[in-house]
Design a protein around this ligand. Structure first.
Ligand SMILES: Cc1ncc(COP(=O)(O)O)c(C=O)c1O
Length: 360
């Protein structure tokens, strides 16, 4: 047997949100992957339908047009941008470039599951810090860091808890981490956040050389299927990540689509409004059912149950009707379920099913 790196067998395969028809007569209600339920505007749909691409040609490896567009929109230099096949790919690129078996990668206990996978894949020691009330704890993260900690991953807001660190807490974290530790702030859900003390930290990152900000087109931009993420990086880091990046990691259609979506203001406005309204609606419903809802600033809610049996029973019951929510054992949250903010119709169907179960 040829040995793998010694951490590979510590990796639990990432399990995507469930879907697929259990009962073939019923429509699928997928509320397990935090995808957007909003349709693009007519204008964008027409552009998509009229898009013709030379399929025999490789995509633009540098994503030139999209790069320029993002650079203008976010007021950052084109050389500070790196693209990934989803932001997931960027977490791996960062881990491969900065970690090795003598170093450590740090994240928060209920943080996004791709971080420990990427850290272990790079053979480094994976360390997590405890959370307080389902929220990353800056003091604990700092306490768990040491001279070997080379990356700290933080999702802000976090999936699956839906909680966030305000900009002062982010600054405190950065200041408290060792100088040689890179802070990676994953802002996959930033566009949904309306709280005044929240920032995607991009302005702050621009003043330093030790922060990466990652973003995605998979959530509010509704392009999960096309796999497109990007990151703001200090120039030297962007340059290095680019040297290990698969050359054609962003397909031509994703590049075209992203350029169109960034202009679809009606779609973006609708996405935020829908999310705010139905997140409050769903939270109220689950509170009224007698469950505890952890306040979320993202496009999903976290519901806490009496115990793991109750959480699991509800998810299994819903599944029988093709309604899929996310179980969270892999996130060390056995007594919780995560539910995405889907369409009005899907959320109403979910709630009427839960009500039915409670009546039994
Ligand atoms: C916190 C967080 N970061 C990143 C991602 C992955 O995004 P992408 O689709 O860009 O790989 C997700 C997906 O669920 C997420 O929850």
């Amino acid at each position: 047997m040829i040995p793998f790196n010694k951490n590979i067998n510590k990796i639990k395969t990432y399990e995507p949100g469930k879907s697929g028809k259990i009962n073939t007569k019923l429509k699928n209600v997928k509320l397990s992957s935090n995808e957007s339920p909003i349709k693009f505007s007519k204008k964008t749909l027409t552009k998509i339908n009229n898009t013709s691409l030379p399929l025999s040609k490789y995509p633009d490896s540098k994503c030139t047009q999209l790069r320029k567009k993002i650079s203008k929109l976010y007021k950052i230099k084109t050389k500070n941008i790196i693209f990934g096949n989803g932001s997931d790919e960027i977490f791996f690129l960062i881990s491969y470039c900065f970690l090795n078996e003598n170093l450590e990668g740090l994240y928060s206990k209920h943080g996004f599951l791709i971080y420990p996978i990427a850290i272990n894949a790079a053979a480094a020691k994976c360390v997590y810090a405890k959370e307080k009330n389902f929220k990353a704890d800056v003091n604990e993260l700092i306490k768990k860091s040491n001279k070997n900690t080379r990356i700290c991953f933080i999702a802000n807001p976090n999936n699956p808890t839906g909680t966030y660190l305000n900009i002062n807490e982010i600054k405190k974290l950065r200041e408290g981490l060792p100088k040689k530790c890179l802070l990676v702030i994953d802002t996959a859900y930033a566009e949904y956040v309306t709280e005044n003390d929240y920032s995607d930290s991009l302005s702050y990152a621009k003043t330093r050389n030790d922060i990466i900000i990652t973003k995605t087109f998979s959530k509010m931009y509704g392009m999960a299927a096309l796999r497109l993420g990007w990151a703001y990086c200090p120039e030297n880091i962007a340059k290095t990540l680019n040297t290990v990046r698969p050359a054609f990691n962003i397909n031509s259609f994703a590049q075209k689509m992203a350029i169109n979506i960034l202009d679809d203001n009606a779609f973006l406005k609708k996405s935020i409004e829908h999310n705010l309204y139905w997140k409050n609606w769903l939270s109220d419903k689950f509170n009224s059912f007698g469950f505890k809802v952890i306040p979320s600033v993202a496009n999903f809610i976290l519901v806490k149950f009496k115990n793991s049996r109750q959480a699991s029973k509800l998810a299994d019951y819903l599944e029988k009707s093709n309604i899929f929510v996310r179980k969270l054992e892999n996130y060390k949250l056995n007594n919780c379920l995560r539910i995405s903010i889907g369409s009005e119709k899907d959320l109403k169907r979910l709630c009427s099913k839960v009500k039915k179960l409670l009546r039994k």
